[in-house]
Design a protein around this ligand. Structure first.
Ligand SMILES: [Zn+2]
Length: 471
């Protein structure tokens, strides 16, 4: 689930603070480029624990190092500008920051971009969907993760590029090419307009980030292709660096994969766009933004500009009783629905098939007054009835897997037992209901839509709730 879930992460993790995961991804690309499996094998050797990392001095970087960064920035900016076919409109300021400075920046940005209520909503949604364990503490985890990951970042507000001062400069040139692509994007397409994304459409926000990161990752890949020796130094620096990946590898899968999405799927998407129309087409995408993770996963849907269906959900608080709050109202999109399914199906190809044909969705998260009391409602729309049926069946399987001891209180299918005189076009309607340890779960299929409710409290009229949600 990407929702606000990843609101904080998405904003921080991409063009504002680059990271190890990026480096890992690039290392994979480099692997292909240089075709040197031996060296790359060394890259993926386990890195030392965090405790062995050099302590940040907290003081300003030394003058020679600073001068070196400035000179390298000028040179790489020029080369990146030629590769990316975007003119340098003004010089880019650069500098190095210590670990403690970068940590402060991360916490400040996190607090600026994400309110405590949003953080709480994200944590609750992750737990309610079984994507994170009950004891999971989202905010402290995010801070640790991002601090561990950061290697450099471009700050659109200050229009300045920073490199972590504990990382070898020569080996970081590809990261600089990536960051400086962001600086060029900013000069031409204004990145700060992506900072305050309107609430309620996290999936479109994720797609925009996939464009920004995919573009920069592709430019970096081409930079490395032109500079194989730098690419090798980069791989070596990854292998010998003290950068830890402990937090990242311990992250719940949904968080980990959502973090990687803008880089991995984003660069695949950017490559497709680039192959079709060169850098001009990639630049054009900043005026005609990809609208959904679906368009990123299936570039042909971007080319055809298949716009998502807007799905609305009524506010069901009046049916829930006193003390219930609605914490979130957002779009999951194809990518997050895939992660939600696959958390329990654990069959990537099957889950991918089940979410293909996504047309639109909306979810709402409610919290009750009792600790841990939460209800999540998801209404999903599909291109065809058979796409909806496929998702419905997969979600039922997920629910069985998640609650193996749950009692199925109702399974109805009016689709198969249609009376002979039923109107031929009457939509298929099916329903599953379970009693779980975490409230009732209802899953309904109606035509090309699927409704999911998880966590319906005992004292609430489930039928009325379902009926209201279909309105
Ligand atoms: Zn980036």
């Amino acid at each position: 689930m990407n929702p606000k879930l990843l609101r904080g992460l998405k904003r921080l993790a991409d063009y504002k603070s680059e990271s190890r995961r990026l480096s890992k991804q690039i290392a994979r690309i480099v692997t292909l480029l240089v075709g040197c499996s031996l060296i790359c094998a060394a890259v993926f050797v386990a890195t030392p624990p965090v405790a062995s990392m050099p302590q940040a001095s907290g003081s300003a970087p030394s003058v020679p190092r600073h001068a070196a960064i400035v000179a390298t920035t000028v040179a790489i900016l020029k080369e990146t500008s030629e590769i990316r076919e975007l003119a340098i409109l003004r010089p880019v300021k650069s500098g190095a920051q210590s670990r403690s400075e970068i940590e402060r920046m991360i916490v400040r940005n996190l607090d600026e971009q994400t309110t405590p209520v949003e953080m709480h909503a994200t944590e609750l949604a992750l737990k309610k969907l079984g994507l994170a364990p009950p004891e999971f503490e989202y905010r402290s985890f995010v801070v640790k993760l991002l601090t561990e990951q950061v290697a450099g970042y471009y700050d659109p507000k200050a229009q300045r590029f920073y490199l972590a001062d504990w990382i070898d400069l020569e080996g970081q040139k590809p990261v600089m090419a990536h960051e400086l692509t962001h600086a060029l994007q900013d000069q031409h397409f204004n990145l700060s307009r992506f900072e305050k994304w309107p609430k309620g459409d996290s999936d479109a926000e994720l797609a925009a980030h996939a464009l920004i990161e995919g573009d920069a990752t592709l430019a970096m890949t081409l930079y490395m292709a032109k500079n194989p020796l730098v690419a090798l130094a980069f791989i070596r620096s990854l292998g010998s660096s003290n950068m830890a990946t402990e937090q990242f590898s311990q992250a719940p899968r949904a968080i980990r994969e959502s973090l990687v999405f803008p880089y991995e799927q984003g660069s695949e998407w950017a490559t497709r766009v680039y192959k079709q129309g060169g850098w001009a087409a990639v630049s054009q995408a900043f005026a005609k933004l990809p609208q959904s993770s679906e368009q990123i996963l299936h570039p042909e849907k971007y080319f055809a500009y298949e716009v998502p269906v807007k799905v609305a959900l009524p506010d069901v608080r009046p049916l829930l009783g006193v003390g219930w709050k609605r914490l979130d109202y957002d779009v999951n999109g194809e990518w997050s629905l895939y992660l939600i399914l696959d958390q329990f199906l654990n069959a990537s190809a099957e889950s991918r098939r089940a979410v293909a044909g996504w047309a639109g969705d909306r979810y709402a998260l409610y919290e009750g007054s009792k600790p841990g009391e939460a209800l999540i409602v998801q209404l999903t729309a599909w291109d065809t009835q058979s796409d909806a049926r496929e998702f419905f069946d997969a979600y039922a399987k997920r629910t069985w897997r998640r609650y193996p001891k749950a009692e199925a209180t109702e399974i109805t299918s009016t689709g198969d037992k249609k009376p002979a005189n039923a109107a031929a076009q009457s939509p298929v309607r099916e329903r599953h209901e379970w009693q779980t340890t975490e409230g009732r779960v209802v899953l309904e299929l109606q035509g090309s839509r699927v409704l999911i409710m998880e966590g319906i409290p005992e004292n609430v009229d489930a039928k009325a709730l379902v009926k209201a949600s279909w309105q």
